[in-house]
Design a protein around this ligand. Structure first.
Ligand SMILES: [Zn+2]
Ligand SMILES: [Zn+2]
Length: 299
């Protein structure tokens, strides 16, 4: 896992983050995703300077192993001077060797965050779920950690003051906030009460605004007036063979019977971002086949 003091903001990895959520639903099914309704709680990862170091590290690693349902996996954690924040050897198991940067010996509050990311690597490795490019795979790992209830720790590890800044993981703070917000909307959870970092809270608020916007894009019935107007115009143009501007968030497709008939709209599911295809015919209700979300639409 990487750590940095040059903090990038915004949503440079948004496409990969969304693809990660889709991949997670495809591999796990919505039934399994919904069993992750409880997050790791602050009390499980609290780590005081009075606790014996190695016993404490094993205890926190145990909390991550339970969170990710890896009952037979044993995490063997050690410390080493290194450039990265943490690292894990992805072998056959059941023992996995995790190295933490030696600086965590004196910064125990973020050990939970570092272990959350590394144990998620083990979880995804066992599921055989990965993206081919190394960086994309790290984004998948951060996204999975967060969506499955351990990643609020990674966002909370983001701290800035006048002189220093610290961040763990590969997502920007706003991207962590976005995934955390998507989780919060799915489970009706409020992770904001767990933050100790004011910067984490701000990033979460921003991410939540974007997550809510996902649910208000046409042809979803909750779309705002301006979006609906643009959609109606694009739909008229589509009947004449035109296509919406790039970045519209939806596309039209002619049915098999040729122009003018059976026009269909294609758009991403606001929950899992799988592409949904619906006939263009006004108000209708559909259920996403991947994440099971009920979608009120006006196509
Ligand atoms: Zn990693
Ligand atoms: Zn869906």
């Amino acid at each position: 896992m990487g750590s940095s003091s040059e903090v990038v903001h915004g949503y440079p990895h948004l496409d990969t983050v969304r693809a990660s959520i889709t991949a997670l639903y495809r591999r796990l099914s919505h039934h399994t995703v919904r069993t992750f309704e409880t997050s790791v709680l602050p009390v499980e990862v609290a780590f005081s300077d009075q606790e014996e170091l190695y016993a404490g590290v094993q205890r926190v690693a145990g909390a991550m192993v339970r969170q990710l349902r890896l009952p037979d996996a044993r995490m063997v954690v050690s410390f080493r001077e290194m450039r990265h924040a943490a690292n894990v050897e992805l072998e056959a198991g059941p023992e996995y060797f995790i190295e933490l940067n030696a600086r965590f010996k004196n910064h125990r509050r973020d050990i939970g965050a570092a272990l959350a990311h590394e144990v998620t690597h083990v979880y995804l490795h066992r599921l055989d779920l990965g993206f081919p490019a190394v960086r994309d795979n790290e984004i998948l790992t951060d996204t999975a950690t967060t969506y499955l209830g351990a990643g609020w720790l990674l966002l909370d590890a983001f701290r800035e003051d006048a002189l220093t800044s610290q961040k763990l993981g590969y997502l920007t703070p706003e991207e962590f906030g976005y995934v955390l917000a998507k989780r919060a909307l799915l489970f009706g959870e409020d992770p904001a009460i767990w933050f100790t970092s004011p910067q984490a809270y701000t990033a979460y608020t921003e991410g939540m605004a974007l997550a809510r916007r996902d649910g208000r894009q046409p042809p979803l019935a909750a779309a705002g007036w301006a979006g609906r107007r643009r959609y109606a115009r694009d739909r008229r143009a589509a009947l004449l063979g035109g296509s919406p501007a790039a970045g519209a968030g939806y596309a039209f497709e002619q049915g098999p019977d040729g122009p003018g008939e059976q026009l269909r709209v294609i758009f991403p599911c606001p929950t899992c971002h799988q592409r949904i295809r619906l006939p263009v015919r006004g108000r209708l209700r559909a259920r996403c086949g991947l994440c099971d979300t009920l979608l009120e639409c006006d196509t």
